[in-house]
Design a protein. Structure first.
Length: 490
């Protein structure tokens, strides 16, 4: 009886196990690619969302499903619908978060688009040259409209930005030659350079001060000689090119509420002598004061400035004194490049890096002082190149890297102290430091690059290491300057 029962049960159990294995195998090997009505979707590696990756152009109307097997479609990849001139309409999924670069660029028949409430990002060129679009409304959660996102949409007559605080990228609506009506949010925070260039709306801006809420867009027209510039007290942002090349601007007090000054805002203001910075300021953007050749001082110490953009004060030939904010983490590339009157700079403790060419060609710079216990880690390529008045530098105690050409051409540099933390000395870091007679290389240094001390004609090199490390370049001392190994400091 038992044997007969086992003969029945064992095949049944085996069959059940096989069914279970088949079901598990099916679940684990489910295709990552699905195509529905001409739209192809790919499941993410995490299995948490689908991305639209292809369109077969089989219809003039594309419908993107909300989800597949209860997994949401959240992303449209770059260039998926690009240059489909026959596409008239597209239904976007309810959970869409990202529209990728050039996703619909050149869809010249696309006449309308309704964005879902959860859309967060429209990447650059996403709808460029969609010449049949006439009006667009943007959802509240949207955070970014990319560069050139709607550029050359020549049929676009109106856009509604009232619900969103989205950053509007450079040239986002450039050359939308019919765009005459724009409804902005009162909380606009960022309008990229030339965002509305070539639109009737932009062309119609009046002379004088032009605002979008508390965002100062630009001063239109020419400032009259002797005119006092007075921005509104509630101004929070000063836009790209806001006062660019205003030669009659001589002084400005930036309102206390201003948080950010965006790129080129005062570029080329030749007669600007005085700027008063507000305490709440956190950002000065790209080349904001470049070539303000009459500016004599920049007192940033009272501010909360944490971002100082590339070339912010480059070419300010009369700039004699600079005091930096204690909130600053990085001095960006070219920040003070060519400030030929700058005599000294005090670098606050919090600074972690000086980027490429930051003080290059500051020919009057005689003193560079790092605050005690500085957090500075790296000095970039050409950071102090051609600072011909610089005589001595004590490097900060945490410094690990000295970049290529960092002090090249510092012909008066006679003393430099390297910290025990240092790891790297870059290519021609001290090229033509002809006054430098001695330098001590700590044992921590693992890399000395080719020609690090070339044309340092008076130099003797003292190395704490007992012998040349194998990781140093074979031409690190290409001029065969005298070297003392196993040096012991007192």
């Amino acid at each position: 009886m038992m044997k007969r029962l086992l003969r029945v049960l064992i095949p049944l159990l085996l069959a059940l196990q096989l069914v279970g294995c088949t079901e598990n195998t099916t679940a684990s090997t489910r295709s990552r690619i699905s195509t529905i009505d001409g739209v192809t979707y790919e499941l993410s590696e995490s299995g948490l969302y689908y991305t639209v990756i292809q369109w077969d152009r089989s219809s003039t109307a594309a419908v993107i499903v909300d989800s597949i097997d209860e997994i949401n479609v959240t992303t449209i990849a770059e260039s998926v619908f690009m240059n489909d001139a026959a596409l008239v309409s597209v239904t976007l999924p309810a959970f869409l978060s990202i529209i990728g670069e050039q996703a619909f660029q050149g869809c010249t028949s696309l006449s309308q688009i309704a964005f879902p409430e959860g859309l967060a990002t429209i990447e650059q060129l996403a709808f460029g040259r969609c010449t049949s679009l006439t009006t667009v409304a943007f959802p509240k959660i949207l955070s970014s409209i990319g560069n050139f996102a709607f550029a050359h949409c020549t049929g676009l007559t109106s856009i509604d930005l009232t619900l969103t605080k989205a950053a509007i990228g450079a040239s986002a609506f450039a050359d939308c030659t019919a765009l005459s009506t724009i409804a902005f949010s009162a909380n606009t925070r960022y309008v990229g350079q030339n965002a509305f260039e070539g639109t009737p709306w932009y062309a119609s801006l009046p002379d004088g001060y032009n605002y979008i809420g508390d965002y100062f867009l630009e001063y239109r027209g020419t400032i009259a000689p002797g005119e006092t510039i007075a921005l509104e007290v509630n101004t929070s942002y000063i836009g790209f090119d806001a006062f660019r090349d205003q030669d009659q601007l001589t002084a400005i007090v930036i309102p206390d509420a201003v948080l950010r000054i965006y790129g080129y805002a005062f570029y080329g203001c030749d007669n600007l002598v005085s700027v008063t910075f507000p305490a709440e300021l956190v950002e000065i953007g790209l080349e904001v004061f470049r070539d303000c050749v009459s500016l004599v001082a920049a007192d940033l110490a009272p501010t909360k400035l944490s971002k100082l953009g590339t070339g912010a004060f480059s070419g300010c030939a009369a700039l004699e004194t600079v005091t930096l904010s204690s909130f600053l983490d990085i001095i960006s590339s070219f920040t003070f490049n060519g400030c030929v009157s700058l005599a000294e700079i005090y670098l606050p403790k919090r600074l972690k890096g000086i980027q490429d060419s930051a003080f290059e060609n500051c020919r009057a710079l005689a003193a560079v002082v790092f605050e005690d216990d500085s957090l500075m880690l790296a000095i970039g390529t050409k950071a102090f190149r051609n600072c011909v008045a610089l005589t001595a530098v004590i490097m900060p105690v945490r410094l690990t890297d000295i970049g290529m050409y960092a002090f090249s051409g510092c012909t008066a540099l006679s003393s430099i102290v390297l910290p025990a933390s240092l790891k790297t000395i870059g290519h021609q870091s001290f090229y033509r430091c002809i006054a430098l007679s001695a330098i001590v290389i700590p044992a921590s240094v693992t890399v000395v690059s080719e020609d690090a001390f070339v044309d340092c004609d008076a130099l003797t090199i003292y190395c704490v290491a007992a012998r040349q490390p194998s990781t140093w370049d074979s031409l690190w001392n290409s001029d065969n300057r005298p070297v003392v190994w196993n040096h012991r400091t007192s």
